[in-house]
Design a protein around this ligand. Sequence first.
Ligand SMILES: [Zn+2]
Length: 148
Amino acid sequence: MKIIEKKCPNCGANLDFKVGERDTACGSCRRKFAIEYNHDEDLNELKQSALNNLSAKDFDLTADRRRAKIIMLFIAVIVIIGCTVAVINFVRTRQDEQNRKSEYEQSVEEMNQKAKERAEEMKKEYDEQVEKFENEQKERIEEMKSQQ
Ligand SMILES: [Zn+2]
């Protein structure tokens, strides 16, 4: 008996058997059959199903690869964004520090300048007072001389 379509010749139900099995029983009518193989056709069918399985696996693999690439790209983008943010923060913090430092230096310089100016003013006032005092003394001496 030749089973090509793998259908029960008795009731027409699909026959379930593994390639290589010598006999099988119909699941529907319980009739037993010896299995004869038409090697060329079976081989072709086997090849075809193997090819189908293979291309299905290939497709799965391609989809997996695509998914992996997308995930890798996503991770790479996140890492790049993270690094960029870190660098920007670092640069900004350093700039802030430098700004604060230069502000501090500037205020120190201003204070020094003011202190210097004040010291010069005080020296001038002191010199003026000394000069005034000396003049007064001279005038008094002159007066005393003229009275003698
Ligand atoms: Zn049957």
